[in-house]
Design a protein around this ligand. Sequence first.
Ligand SMILES: [Ca+2]
Ligand SMILES: [Ca+2]
Ligand SMILES: [Ca+2]
Length: 690
Amino acid sequence: MRVMVLKRVAWPLLAFVVFAILILVTLAVPRAFAQGGINYVGHQIIYDSINHDGIANPGELVYVVVTVTNSSVVTIYNVQGSLTAVDYHATCYGATDYDDMAPGQTKESGPSDLYFRLSNLTPNGRVIEFVVDLYDEYGTNYPVSFNLSVVDSVGPAVVTSSVTPKVTSVSQPVTITAKVEDGSGVAAVTGTVRSSDNSVSSEFKMYDDGAHGDGAAGNGVYGAIWVTPSQPYDFLAGFKTRDNLGNNRTYTDQFGFTSRPFARHSTILLVIDELNEPGFDNYYESALGANGFAYDLWYTFYRGPVPSEVIIGYLPAIVIWAVPEEGILNDPDDESARTTLMSYLDQGGKLFVTGQDIGYYVHDQEFYTGYLHAQFVQDSVGLYDIQGIEGDDIGDGMDFTIKGIGTGADNQQWPSEINAISPAQRVFEYYVPGPGAMSVAPTSAKPYSKSGLLPDDLAPVEIWPQGVVSSGTAAVRVDTGTYKAVYFAFGFEGIDEAADRNAVMESVIAWLHGRSNFEKSLALGWNLVSLPIIPENKAITVVLSSIAAKYDLVQSYDAMSDTWRSYDPALPPEASDLLTLDERIPFWIHITTTATLNLQGLLPIITEQELVAGWNLVSYPASEPRTIADALSSISGKYAKALRYEAGEGYPWRRYNITMPAWANTLTQISPGWGYWLYVTEDCTLTIVN
Ligand SMILES: [Ca+2]
Ligand SMILES: [Ca+2]
Ligand SMILES: [Ca+2]
């Protein structure tokens, strides 16, 4: 047969066939030599998630670097593969690429290439065989294997935990549960509860006996019934666990719950929407307090989602919603808060939203583009100095940093760049302060996924900071005619200086709610006055600076302590005990030269004044006059008489007495600018809503 073939083919073709065979043989040689040519050299654990001891423990996420060598005599091209293990206690992730390996070359896998998660139930001493299943560009398989011994030196894992109910009241039982796992068996589980102010601290044994709210006996879910103290607190719960080998583990501050009541007392609702950790409220509370604003705090870490009726209850005034990192508002899978806020805005709400990761998570949602009128540009701009847009009602003249060693939260790793969508206006922008102070890369990248599978320091970087790429906008405001909203694409809590936080908060609230100029003519002699605005500086000399040298005595009466306090400008300050004035302090002032008091400040929203049975000196911090019944509706049935002193009138006292017929009362309206004597029949709280 072979001879016949040779006879039938032409010589050139035969030459080609011989040549082709030679080529194939040549190509086959390295393949033949390369078989088994990649060998394991060693492996090293470079990260283990629980105790960082370089040993693989149950429950750990472990990163390994695997070193291999090409022991063949030819280059092996495009060597890559993934990590596998047959043992069900190990779940493997990742792939590595050794690329081309020259003969004798040794290479390490990348530091974040190969990793695995060990189950919490991995037995002590378990030896697991891992295989890096490598292939070259021809599909030749070079499995490289190594053994790893798991050591149980960690206490039991708390897999999930809960409290029911999350919002309760004083002296009430709550059920705390924890699902606990350990391959060496669970010896003990202890619950820990502390109050947020650390005045309460409690530890208690938890049971898996089916009798402590723990579901079935022996199912790994431990429970305890804990009774809240007789005083209301916000609480943080944690756990301590021990396994049968004596290994211990502590879980602190796993979740919050509360026995504090929530009720509306003011027109500002402050929502601190951070589900992972407590501690961001004070940046907001102190800035509001410094500006004289009362507010009601809802912290989602302790109280969970804000019911929609609570949010809608803050019409027509202000909701401040802060999302330091992860909250309900920026949960892409939970529309509830965004839906409620859109409804709140549609009904005329005034909203201040701030957070570095709102855009990152929900920038494609209607709430973001259609209501905040913001376009997301980039997650992390890599710039931390911010300045106000010149001429802007909120931002003009402001300049601050959101990173540093001041008193801010120092948590701004991903301040975002945005653009304003019409009719929104730019409020703040990022800027590079100057040569030598260029943008600084964040020290860690955002977790790869919400599951936190990759530790921060090993996660691939999604977006490196690159400086401004579009308008450089850091904050926008929008006034649609129906509602007003202010959105910061960074966290207000990160503003580094308290004075800057106070000024920014003041400016935002002033834009949302209004600022006003107060003017009042004062007659010679005694005048009884109250301020219908919140002075920006409460020092009495500043409040009265427009009439400086035209008065010689100021006095105020506090019924609660039954004391008069006074200020005499002729004496050194330490001789006076009335050194501040604000919208809650009505005062008598003795005028020596006719004068007009002139003062600018924020409009009050809701002002509460504590009254004691009998005569009280009260102020009326509102913009419009109201009938006595309207103005005093919060203490209806508890007031009997009111007096106003109109300086300069022939008969200056105007009187109201509830027992008199209407025609006999000379005081029928409560008007701004005056102070009032008010007689109440019992202790009560006078609430003036502006
Ligand atoms: Ca370890
Ligand atoms: Ca253990
Ligand atoms: Ca159980």
